[in-house]
Design a protein around this ligand. Structure first.
Ligand SMILES: [Zn+2]
Length: 302
């Protein structure tokens, strides 16, 4: 009898230990991969779709920019795709997030650190529509992108202020720049505002002061809780007037190792003075700021 009890107890202990070990290892994995902020909810999974959530993922592409956006119903949008040397990484990101089709692709402006990886992306997944501003570049990178676009039978739609993009019934997608034509590529950047319930995001490309001023003058509502800091934190962007109009709570700087001194200390100081929480790809890895329409769930890779 005693023997039997001992045996049962040992078995029970063994089962309990296994659960503890399993629990610990699962928790360990989650923490390793994503550090969750302000929530114990799991926004850790990279898989598609997250019912009811708008996911804005600032992909770590080193010095460059790329935002993958997944709508509450699983629609997808990609804004920029990093530099040429990030092509493989971009294709892998899309696989990781389970993206086989991009409903909307935006090339904010024809600089290599934004459109470099777009040709491979377009070659490798199905694409609904593509938007780019009306400005050309005579680089191989740009030509290669145009080639990929035409071999997919796609036609570039002109990115400009005033467009409302048809994407997901629950999410408003407004293009708010370029307001005016310019021969400066950065100032031709497509700028997109997303609104989902009471939450909002402003994705600024490399728009500089001139474009920021145009957006202010256009009278559009610039307020957004989440802001992509313009031009990788260069001091040519995030002018005090613009920052005030946007009034973000959270900001992301898409930056990697670079020789430009991005992000500039002036801009970091300006953001900190305005009480903005700043996330950076060079320090945090990929940053995801998801919304359920009311609150934000922030997850960083490291
Ligand atoms: Zn750039």
């Amino acid at each position: 009898m005693i023997k039997r009890n001992l045996k049962q107890m040992r078995l029970l202990l063994c089962v309990m230990l296994s659960f503890i070990v399993l629990g610990l290892s699962l928790t360990g994995c989650a923490i390793d991969e994503w550090v969750l902020e302000g929530t114990t909810d799991s926004t850790a999974s990279k898989e598609l779709p997250k019912e009811g959530q708008l996911r804005v993922i600032f992909l770590d592409v080193g010095q460059g920019a790329s935002q993958l956006i997944i709508s509450p119903s699983g629609r997808t949008m990609l804004i920029d795709a990093g530099n040429n040397d990030q092509e493989e990484i971009m294709v892998n990101y899309l696989k990781q997030y389970g993206v086989k089709r991009l409903d909307i692709v935006v090339g904010t402006h024809p600089d290599a650190d934004h459109i470099g990886g777009l040709d491979r992306v377009i070659d490798s997944v199905e694409v609904g529509s593509i938007y780019m501003p009306k400005i050309q570049s005579n680089t191989k990178t740009f030509e290669s992108l145009l080639k990929s676009i035409s071999s997919k039978g796609l036609k570039v739609k002109s990115a400009k202020a005033g467009l409302a993009l048809d994407w997901d019934d629950q999410v408003e997608v407004q293009m708010i720049a370029p307001v005016n034509a310019s021969d400066d590529k950065n100032n031709m950047s497509a700028v997109i505002k997303l609104t989902y319930g009471g939450t909002s995001y402003l994705l600024t490309g490399d728009a500089e002061r001139e474009s920021e001023q145009d957006m202010i003058s256009s009278g559009v509502d610039l307020h957004a809780d989440v802001m992509l800091v313009g031009h990788h934190g260069s001091k040519s962007s995030t002018s005090p007037a613009f920052l005030k109009k946007v009034g973000p709570k959270y900001a992301v700087i898409q930056v990697g190792e670079n020789t430009y001194g991005h992000p500039k200390q002036t801009i970091l100081d300006r953001l900190s003075k305005a009480g903005v929480d700043v996330y950076r790809n060079d320090l945090d890895g990929t940053v995801e700021i998801a919304s359920d329409g009311q609150t934000y769930h922030i997850a960083t890779e490291r």
